[in-house]
Design a protein around this ligand. Structure first.
Ligand code: SF4
Length: 305
């Protein structure tokens, strides 16, 4: 299995080489806005999934071939569930000097081992979408043993120990976590977390639940002002407006395939589908006899059948 994808141009991080260290879909949450799909394994127990050395070798091979600003550990789920995360970061750092970032939902920061694994990263991007238990349950649908107080305490403990950059992402969903009371509390609590940046996002890719609706750009910028100068809006509304309806994706991929072969990474980049969605779509197209795949070197290409 190929665990490394990109580099993908990212507004937040520059050219980001993704490292997927979690199979779909192990997560501590089942967020209503998740673009990977529904959580099949809602767990909080960490475990080993893949060989750390092989993944570090994959990363080093890609970095040698392409311009990469940052190596970003994420996954088709929550990356801190991988108990080899710290070892993997260490092995990557033995091989390359490119900075390493970890994108996490922050739910396991209460665990000393998770904080210790993250210590080797150059920056950590946790998320926090709610500050009250009721909203936390509605938006993140967490594992039953998780509660919002523990999550926030974990963030505070991590901030106290970690001296490098922490960028906090807040996903705002209309009529779920944007009511005045929740926002007032969120602004107040965010100001006490000591994070270096606060980044506001909303739904710009197909969510897990259809009723997870985005905020308008104007509202998002108004909320951003309330969080103060460290806050910025990170989603691209233009991209959403250009995005075709879901039903058109198969045709759109075929349109491009008629002109040139595509890898899975190319499809992710050109359609705005998540990696999991693109892989699922290509598999379905292959099953329908619309496309076929062939391996060339380390890559798998798709062409019109
Ligand atoms: S958005 Fe992230 S945290 Fe939420 S369910 Fe999806 S993978 Fe898990």
């Amino acid at each position: 299995m190929n665990h490394v994808f990109g580099p993908v141009p990212s507004r937040r991080l520059g050219y980001s080489l993704g490292v997927d260290i979690i199979p779909p879909k192990y997560c501590t949450y089942d967020c209503i806005y998740c673009q990977i799909g529904k959580t099949t394994d809602k767990v909080i127990r960490r475990k080993s999934f893949y060989d750390a050395g092989s993944i570090a070798d994959e990363v080093a091979a890609k970095v040698a071939l392409a311009h990469v600003d940052v190596i970003t550990f994420s996954g088709s789920g929550e990356p801190t569930l991988n108990s080899d995360l710290g070892t993997m970061i260490g092995k990557v750092k033995e091989r390359v000097t490119t900075p390493v970032a970890v994108i996490t939902n922050g739910s396991l920061l209460y665990d000393r081992d998770v904080r210790s694994d993250l210590a080797a990263a150059d920056m950590v991007l946790p998320s926090l979408d709610a500050v009250t238990e009721e909203v936390f349950q509605r938006i993140n649908r967490p594992h039953p043993l998780l509660d919002i107080k523990t999550i926030m305490e974990g963030l505070r403990e991590f901030r106290a120990e970690y001296t490098k950059s922490i960028w906090l992402e807040i996903m705002l969903i209309r009529n779920v976590n944007d009511d005045p009371d929740e926002l007032r509390k969120m602004v107040q609590i965010a100001s006490t977390l000591g994070v270096d940046r606060i980044q506001l996002n909303t739904v710009t890719r197909p969510p897990s639940e259809e009723n997870a609706c985005r905020l308008e750009e104007y509202d998002l910028h108004a909320i951003c002002k309330r969080f103060g100068p460290r806050c910025e809006v990170i989603c691209s509304f233009e991209k959403t407006e250009e995005m075709p309806a879901q039903a058109d994706w198969t045709e759109m991929i075929l349109e491009t395939l008629r002109r040139r072969p595509l890898t899975l990474d190319d499809v992710v980049r050109t359609t705005s589908l998540s990696r999991f969605q693109a892989r699922t779509r290509l598999k379905a197209m292959e099953d329908e006899g619309l496309v076929r795949s062939y391996a060339l070197g380390d890559d798998v290409f798709y062409v019109v059948a």
